[in-house]
Design a protein around this ligand. Sequence first.
Ligand code: SF4
Length: 195
Amino acid sequence: MLSRRKCINLDITSTCTLECPDCQREVYKQKGLKVPGHNMSIKDFKIVYNYFEEISFCGQISDPIFNPNFIDMLKICHDRKVNIHTAASHKSWDWYMEAFDACPHARWEFGLDGLPKESSTYRKNQDGIKIFDLMVEGKKRGIKMVWQYIAFDYNKDSVNEARQIAKKEGIKFNLIEQYYKQGSSPHKKAWIAPK
Ligand code: SF4
């Protein structure tokens, strides 16, 4: 008899258009290495899907929106709990609408680190205004939307304003305050300590 486990997280591609300085992708790039991974096929996805009650698409070195099969995977997940974590903004508006509609009960968590105009300080190449507009539009369509906000020195004074904006739009606000003691990245040193 098939026994389903609770949850799995999948990194379903090797692509991302952002260049967040502390991402593991940057380590591969600095060493001149190819970022590992590939686009997971629908065939392989179905095998994994059969064994789990909840599926998370939270890429550690990629963004799930770049797997060309992603919308079809979302359609398959109509009877599963689904979490999507994304920060890249390089898909068309229509593509996002199709993805929202493909699995209307999915929970989308967008990485927007600061007010929309300042998020690209860390999320390099990101169109923060587009991400914010997508969250607002998704919420209007009844999709569960979460604004993930990592606190850095450059955005820590905007936290309250962002929280108020999220509240006004009915978007859940997930503030992440972390403190990295190691590492040479200036961004790591800038992360603020939890209170
Ligand atoms: S969005 Fe995620 S995968 Fe892409 S560069 Fe940033 S941390 Fe890495």
